[in-house]
Design a protein around this ligand. Structure first.
Ligand SMILES: [Zn+2]
Length: 124
């Protein structure tokens, strides 16, 4: 479907061309990972409320396999999370089709503060 480019540019004048491009990349990725606009809304609201409570939004570790953000979870802290080794935490890729996992002997708390301390190495 062809749109009226002039009208579109006027209507969307608040956004740069780069933002339109970024949006497409973003939207593609969202679809690929199975997220909806609602998820983004929830995420943004959640992040905002965290900022309000003086909880600094930290950088995230990106999955070395697919680039999706990874989450830190404690392991061996209760019977249901036994890994039969000395791991105390695990990094799990949030991309359900990837699920790349990295075990660590550091505690989940240490992992999180370490990620926050080294923003240059883990953020883009
Ligand atoms: Zn991954």
């Amino acid at each position: 479907m062809l749109i009226n480019t002039d009208k579109f540019e006027k209507d969307m004048a608040a956004f740069s061309f780069k933002q339109h491009q970024d949006f497409l990349t973003y939207f593609d990725r969202l679809n690929q990972l199975g997220y909806s606009i609602n998820d983004v809304e929830n995420y943004v609201n959640e992040r905002k409320s965290r900022v309000k409570t003086a909880f600094k939004p930290g950088p995230q570790i990106k999955c070395p396999e697919c680039g999706a953000p990874m989450m830190v979870l404690p392991v061996n802290d209760k019977p249901s999370t036994q890994t039969r080794d000395n791991s105390r935490s695990v990094l799990i890729c949030r991309n359900k089709e990837c699920m790349h996992t990295v075990y660590s002997e550091k505690t989940a708390k240490d992992m999180v503060s370490e990620i926050r301390r080294k923003p240059k190495e883990v953020s883009e």
